[in-house]
Ligand binder design. Sequence first.
Ligand code: ZN
Length: 93
Amino acid sequence: MSAHLHGTFVKGCYRCDLSRDEMTAQITEEAEEERWLRTRMVDILKRTAAALKGEPEPEMMHDWADLPDVAIRLRAERDQARAELTYRWAEEN
Ligand SMILES: [Zn+2]
């Protein structure tokens, strides 16, 4: 095959059509990967929100923006409850 030398797209050039098809295939593949990743992220966020806040009402969706804060607050509450139990147990024994 001869060298493909022109720098811009030339209508009717087989090699130009070939690289355009390759680019389209690459863009399509990237879009599919992004769609797959987005679907997976949405699933993770929905399940995390349900785990931290309980199942949402039907047709409703939890806010996701505060999930890190909710997790931090719940951990702090757990640590405090654990510390209080340990303190009470030590006082009683
Ligand atoms: Zn060409």
